[in-house]
Design a protein around this ligand. Structure first.
Ligand code: SF4
Length: 479
């Protein structure tokens, strides 16, 4: 969707602000070890069940890839089966069409209040703003989403939208929004804050005319949506209002329930370390005559928003993503900056690939470079998406489309020319190492680096050992 506006252009400026934000830095420092420890626990439980991550990941990747190979077939089957169970299926080309369809539905059904379960697609579509403009009140009910809605901020993580907030900040938001006397010291009482949110949200669930959710998967053979949550809000959003709208990307379809079972072995373990999430809902059609719960009408809005254009391209593997968040939980760049630095819906390594692909390469110039190249994201991805390779592919495209600064492009060309002449390359790198040592102070650090001042603007650059990589490697082979 070239031309879709995002703030991803301003990554570098935002990164500087986020690094200087001590409250944010404290929140991120506390959160990351929890995420990585949880995934480790999840992987340990996989091994305890006699399952091997590598084998399971290969199976999950194969399921997702097989869908992409015949996406039209699976989508048509899903549409037919969903309609057979009484649901309506609508298609949206982009975010604007999503918003228009939902607003039209709200008008047609005289909807005044909408409860929402977490839906990244509705973030892509900036749906809350469109609903408010149409006089419809959207209420986020996932606790993290509720917090960022009160703060008038976008989510900063795909599974933990308010991970950038401290307890004190949440307490202050609740005090402002709920107007209740504070009964407990905020620093020690997360359960009290959760209880307070639940008490405020409960009447909203009951009053809502429309519930909006995403879907973790769409099942082609049954025409169902699979929803995986931990808070139970998803069930209330999808069963209490008379109208349920599922908004999801076209790539979320999988052929069978058996495929879902395979993917569910990996999704919660990769995301939160749980063997299985607290609530796994299989939502099929509308409420039947012998059922007491469920919507009178179910509408699926299946959204392209740039996804179909990735099919058959070198970036197609990105469509395998099951939105577990493991790549960002293991990314040193994400946990140095938080999600808002990335400027659009998807942060971290998956966002660094997906945002340029969906919003336009010229709209997210720095994101493919927002990586240390450590490949932790590629290692933990449960559907084996080669994220670092995809980021390199985007950088190559930027180079070919002349989207990087001229000096940088020339430097890369010169490097490429030299890399094809190993003897000259070795001779020059030896000279460069000596030059760096000449620049360094007595502690082996460079304070000011004239040609590329960005390297030394915020810290001293260590010069490294006295020999080049080639010299060290040759010495190692000799030993
Ligand atoms: S790219 Fe992989 S690790 Fe990242 S969110 Fe998607 S499935 Fe999870």
């Amino acid at each position: 969707m070239a031309g879709m506006r995002s703030q991803a252009m301003h990554f570098q400026a935002r990164a500087g602000q986020k690094l200087a934000d001590e409250v944010l830095q404290g929140a991120l420092r506390r959160a990351q070890p929890l995420f990585t420890a949880k995934r480790q626990k999840g992987m340990a439980s996989l091994a305890a069940d006699g399952l091997d991550f590598g084998h399971l990941r290969a199976a999950a990747a194969a399921i997702r890839q097989a869908v992409l190979d015949d996406l039209d077939v699976w989508l048509e089957l899903f549409e037919a089966r969903a309609k057979a169970r009484g649901a309506e299926v609508l298609w949206a080309r982009d975010g604007a069409e999503v918003s228009q369809l939902v607003v039209d539905l709200a008008r047609r059904h005289a909807v005044r209040t909408v409860t929402k379960s977490k839906s990244m697609l509705s973030e892509e579509a900036a749906l809350n703003a469109a609903l408010l403009a149409a006089g419809v009140r959207p209420v986020e009910t996932d606790l993290g989403e509720y917090i960022v809605q009160l703060a008038d901020e976008p989510p900063s993580h795909i599974i933990a939208p308010a991970v950038h907030k401290t307890i004190a900040q949440v307490d202050a938001l609740f005090a402002d929004a709920h107007g209740r006397p504070r009964q407990t010291r905020h620093s020690s009482d997360i359960p009290a804050l959760a209880r307070e949110a639940r008490e405020i949200l409960r009447p909203q669930f009951l009053a809502a005319d429309m519930g909006i959710s995403g879907a973790n998967f769409l099942v082609a053979e049954t025409g169902s949506a699979v929803l995986v949550t931990n808070e139970g809000n998803g069930r209330l959003v999808t069963t209490l209002p008379r109208l349920h709208v599922v908004i999801t990307g076209i790539e979320k379809v999988v052929p069978t329930l058996e495929d879902v079972a395979t993917l569910l072995r990996l999704l919660p373990r990769s995301a939160t370390g749980q063997d299985i999430s607290n609530y796994v809902s299989l939502l099929t059609g509308t409420k039947s005559a012998d059922e007491s719960d469920g919507p009178d009408q179910t509408v699926f809005i299946l959204v392209d928003n740039g996804r179909a254009g990735l099919l058959g391209s070198e970036f197609e593997p990105m469509l395998r993503c099951i939105r577990c968040g493991a790549c960002m939980n293991h990314c040193p760049v994400y946990f140095s900056l938080g999600g808002h630095a990335y400027g659009w819906v998807y942060p971290g390594p998956m966002g660094s690939v997906l945002t340029p692909l969906l919003t336009g390469l010229d709209q997210a110039l720095d994101l493919p470079w927002a990586s240390t190249g450590c490949n932790q994201c590629g290692e933990v991805c449960p559907v084996d998406i080669p994220l670092p390779a995809l980021m390199r592919g985007l950088r190559e495209r930027q180079q070919h489309q002349q989207l990087r600064p001229r000096g940088e492009r020339w430097a890369r060309r010169v490097w490429g020319w030299l890399a094809l002449r190993p003897r000259l390359y070795r001779w020059l790198t030896r000279g460069l190492v000596r030059y760096l040592h000449w620049l360094a102070d007595g502690q082996g650090r460079i304070r000011i680096f004239g040609l590329v001042p960005g390297w030394t603007a915020g810290r001293d650059l260590p010069v490294g050992p006295g020999r080049s990589f080639h010299e060290l490697y040759a010495a190692r082979k000799r030993d």
